[in-house]
Structures are given as structure tokens and as C-alpha cells.
Design a protein around this ligand. Structure first.
Ligand code: AMP
Ligand code: MG
Length: 503
């Protein structure tokens, strides 16, 4: 009888799997066992699906209807889909400059899913209970921060910025203890991988050459397959990650994104933005803007992000040294050579980004100085980052300077004249210039006050503001009647925005 039950439930599971469309192949769980711990999500009292990303589900080749049916249990970790091989990944990291051993303390990698397009993606549950890496934490997450990650990661995706994605959020039916009691939740995160700079720091600190080497080959194969044949895999990986991070951080700078906690454990080798904690988008422009309540010295301020990325990449380089060359001096020289390319790569991406934001179609010497001139004025005038670029686009279209720029003053008008002269020299039509600018300047970003409003309502059980916000965030470059109320900066004179780590 017992056997029959097992067989029945197994076939029911395969059936459900087939209905949902999961195709699992868990390659990370085949790496040396020092890199992870096998651990199942800890079941929760009363799981309920809060939100399911049906478009993402469909892109992954999953059936949204079947997922909705099974979703509460699967996304809470109460039921393991067949073929899942849950693990918590080990990693270390430099947190605010200090080295610590970490690991997934409140997450498990459920499985790797192969999409119909052949992409391999991690399906991770975040907030799924304690693991061997939890230290003093409870392994849980609160609904507000998980929905916050959902909103911001999906907004980043719509902005065209590489990022992990959010497939679902469930409430657990349990309260978690923070400064107050909060509803517990689990986020299902989808990522190219969760391999971090800190993963390599961990493998290197183990002193296990084979594990470090296996991790390197795995990462190269997975994220940079065209380099998999390189003789010096570690050096190839380092160079490729440097390129992707230079591009990623330039993308952040172009939309005014402040990650907030760029510890080395929060930097992914895939080049995706990862670990949305105390992140936020600039309102008024100032390069030293910090939102996170714990970043007291501004280490992760908007304007510091490019340098911090380079610092983190240096930690990656250190972790790879034993593989780069057995002669340490040679290894250091090679790594330094690779790191030296970062600044130039970053600046090229940032300059190209800002050139597009200003409608400068062909490159000309002095373009970066022109962009800097604008940023200098913006900082002094304390104008809204996003609205300024939207108003500049409109000024090209209408020939009038108004909106966020109407109070520009003399310094702005002097800059504007320089910009107009520059635009005239490139012999492109107004329409071409404006189209370039519209593609580079979002009208809609997840405005802090809008995000807070949606989260507050959701925690009270009203999901309407969340859905409305998510809908307008899907098309950030278009001006529509529906997104009009979501464009404006918060009214001036408000208390400056503060974010908190969601732990
Ligand atoms: P984060 O600030 O989310 O990047 O997390 C930093 C580290 O703390 C990671 O290793 C997390 O797994 C761990 N962590 C964060 N919150 C918790 C928690 N509630 N319980 C256990 N570990 C946690
Ligand atoms: Mg983290």
C-alpha cells in the first residue's frame, strides 16, 4: 500500500512537472561539494501566492495556469517539484571592505531550469528558511522587501539593464520578527546564475585548487562559452567579467540607479544586477547620494559605484591568482594588466550612454565635458535626474525650454547654448536627435514614493497600487496617459529618502 502511495504521488508529481513545463538540469549541484550544502526549503504554515510574473513564466516556457495552481506550495518550498536538487550556495564576501564567510543564509537554489531557447537559469527561493550558513539569522524574509526586489528588478529589466528577475512572491502565513512583527514571504528569483565575486573568494579561501578550478570552468562555460577553450581560463574569466561589470555599472549611472550595498557577495559574475536590498533611483541629482541607512560613510554612493566595482573586481582577481599562474609575480602582473582595462571600458560605456542621453549621434571630442557640465549644473541646482533629461528631449522637439528646466538660470542657459551648438554641428534632424534621446531617457523609473505607496498598500492586503505600478514600469520609455501620474519626482521639501536592508 505504501508503495502504491509513493508511486501515485511520484506520477502525480511528474504530471504536474510536465504541466508546469519545468526542465531541470542541476549543474552547480555537480560541482565539488565544498561549494554548497544540500538543504531543503523549510515548509511554511500557510503559503499563498501574492504575485506571479506571467510574462516571465511564459518566456521561461512555463504554464502560468498550472503554476498558479501549484504555485503557492512550490514557491514557498512546501513541495519540491520533481527533479529539484535544492542547495544553499557557499560564498564569502567583503562587506563594507571587510572579509567575512557568508553563504545563502536564507535562500536555496531549487534547480536550474532550461528554457525553450536553451538558456540555463537558476530558480532560487529567497526567504526559504535557515541553512547551514544562516549564522544568527532566521532564514526568512518579509513581504515588503521581497515585493520591493520584485518591483525594482522588473523595472531594471524593462529599462534594458541586465538583472536577475522575479517570478513570484508568496506569503508564508507566518510572522517574522524584525523591529516589529512582519508578514513572512518567499521570493522566487530567476538568475543567469548566483555565482558571485564572493563565491570565488570562498573557493580561494578554502585553499582547494580543484574546487576553484572547477568553479572557474563552470562559470566560463556558463556565462562566456566563447572563451571556454582559452588556455588560461582564469584570466579569460577575469577579463570577461571586467567587461560586463564596466558595462553594467555604466548602465546604472545612466539611469541614476544606486545599488546601495555593492559588497563583493552582491556582484554576480554573469554581469546581472543582483541582491536588491537598500537600492533606489536618484530624484535630485547629487553624486554623493546614498539611500541606505547603514551606509554611513557613503562607500556605495551613486558617484562611487564605478570605483567600487573596480575594487570588487580586484578582489575577484586576487581569488583567481592561484589559477592565473603558479608563479605569483607573473599572476599578479597578468591580473593587474586585466584590471587596468576597467577604467577605459567603463568610461567608454558611460560616455556612450550620456552621449545618447544628449542626442549626440556621432562622437566628438569634448562630449564628456559637455555631459559633465550638465551634471555640474544639475548638482548645484538640485534638479531631478530623470525629469531633466526628459525636459531636454522635449526642448529639442518643441524648441522651448520648460518643464524641469524652466528655472534653469544663467548657468543652465550657457550650457544649453553649448549643447545647441554641438547639436547643430552634427547635421541630424531634430526628429533623429529626439528619437535617440527618447530611447536613452526613461520617462518612468520606480519613483521612491510610488514604490513605498505600493508596498504599504500590499502589506495591508491591497495589491491594486502594486499592479498599476508594475504595469507602467513595463514601458519606461513611452509617455502614455496611464503613466502620467507616475512620472513626477516627489514634491520638494520632503524628508530625504532612506532605505533599510531587508534582513
Ligand atoms: P544581503 O544583505 O541580503 O546581501 O545578505 C548578506 C548575507 O546575510 C547573506 O549571506 C544572506 O544569506 C545573509 N542573511 C540575510 N538575511 C538573513 C536572514 N534573515 N537569515 C539568515 N541569513 C540572512
Ligand atoms: Mg547578498
Amino acid at each position: 500500500m505504501d508503495n502504491l502511495v509513493t508511486i501515485d504521488s511520484m506520477s502525480a508529481d511528474s504530471e504536474k512537472n510536465a504541466m508546469v513545463g519545468w526542465r531541470f538540469d542541476n549543474s552547480y549541484a555537480r560541482l565539488p561539494q565544498s561549494l554548497y550544502s544540500r538543504v531543503s526549503p523549510v515548509p511554511v504554515a500557510n503559503p499563498n501566492l501574492v504575485i506571479l510574473n506571467e510574462k516571465l513564466a511564459s518566456d521561461l516556457g512555463l504554464d502560468a495556469v498550472a503554476l498558479r495552481e501549484a504555485g503557492g506550495d512550490i514557491f514557498a518550498g512546501n513541495r519540491l517539484p520533481e527533479g529539484a536538487d535544492p542547495i544553499a550556495q557557499a560564498y564569502a564576501g567583503h562587506q563594507f571592505g571587510h572579509f567575512t564567510n557568508l553563504g545563502d543564509g536564507r535562500a536555496v537554489l531549487l534547480a536550474e531550469h532550461l528554457t525553450p531557447q536553451g538558456k540555463r537559469l537558476d530558480i532560487q527561493l529567497k526567504g526559504s528558511g535557515p541553512t547551514p550558513y544562516s549564522r544568527r539569522g532566521d532564514g526568512r524574509a518579509a513581504l515588503g522587501p521581497m515585493l520591493r526586489e520584485y518591483i525594482i528588478s522588473e523595472a531594471m529589466h524593462a529599462l534594458g539593464i541586465p538583472t536577475t528577475r522575479s517570478l513570484a512572491v508568496v506569503v508564508t502565513g507566518e510572522q517574522i520578527i524584525r523591529e516589529e512583527l512582519l508578514p513572512g514571504a518567499v521570493l522566487t528569483r530567476v538568475a543567469a546564475s548566483h555565482i558571485r565575486v564572493g563565491t570565488f573568494e570562498y573557493a580561494n579561501a578554502l585553499g582547494d585548487h580543484d574546487a576553484l578550478s572547477a568553479l572557474t570552468s563552470h562559470t566560463l562555460q556558463r556565462h562566456y562559452p566563447s572563451l571556454a577553450g582559452e588556455q588560461n581560463q582564469a584570466l579569460a574569466l577575469l577579463g570577461a567579467v571586467i567587461e560586463r561589470q564596466a558595462e553594467l555599472v555604466a548602465c546604472w549611472m545612466c539611469v541614476g540607479f544606486v545599488h546601495g550595498v555593492m559588497n563583493t557577495d552582491n556582484m554576480a559574475l554573469s554581469g546581472e544586477t543582483i541582491d536588491y536590498g537598500p537600492c533606489a533611483f536618484l530624484d535630485a541629482y547629487h553624486s554623493s547620494t546614498v539611500f541606505s541607512s547603514i551606509d554611513r560613510n557613503g562607500r556605495y554612493a551613486y558617484g562611487n559605484q564605478p570605483d567600487i566595482a573596480q575594487w570588487n573586481l580586484a578582489r575577484l582577481a586576487e581569488a583567481l591568482l592561484p589559477l592565473i599562474d603558479s608563479d605569483q609575480q607573473k599572476a599578479v602582473a597578468e591580473a593587474e594588466g586585466a584590471l587596468a582595462r576597467y577604467s577605459k571600458l567603463f568610461h567608454a560605456h558611460q560616455e556612450a550612454g550620456f552621449r545618447a542621453k544628449l542626442g549626440l549621434i556621432k562622437e566628438e571630442e569634448g562630449d564628456w565635458e559637455l555631459a559633465m557640465g550638465l551634471l555640474e549644473w544639475m548638482q548645484k541646482a538640485e534638479v531631478d535626474f530623470t525629469s531633466t533629461f526628459v525636459a531636454l528631449t522635449k526642448s529639442v522637439e518643441t524648441g522651448r525650454v520648460d518643464g524641469a528646466l524652466s528655472q534653469g538660470g544663467e548657468a543652465f542657459h550657457a550650457w544649453h547654448e553649448r549643447w545647441m551648438d554641438r547639436l547643430k554641428r552634427q547635421h541630424h534632424s531634430k526628429a533623429e536627435v529626439a528619437a535617440t534621446m527618447r530611447r536613452a531617457n526613461p520617462v518612468i523609473i520606480p519613483r521612491n514614493h510610488r514604490v513605498e505607496e505600493a508596498l504599504a498598500a500590499a502589506v495591508e492586503g491591497n495589491l491594486t497600487p502594486l499592479h498599476l505600478l508594475l504595469e507602467v514600469l513595463e514601458r519606461p520609455f513611452e509617455e502614455t496617459a496611464a503613466n502620467e501620474p507616475y512620472r513626477d519626482a516627489p514634491p520638494p521639501g520632503g524628508v530625504s529618502y532612506r532605505t533599510f536592508c531587508g534582513t
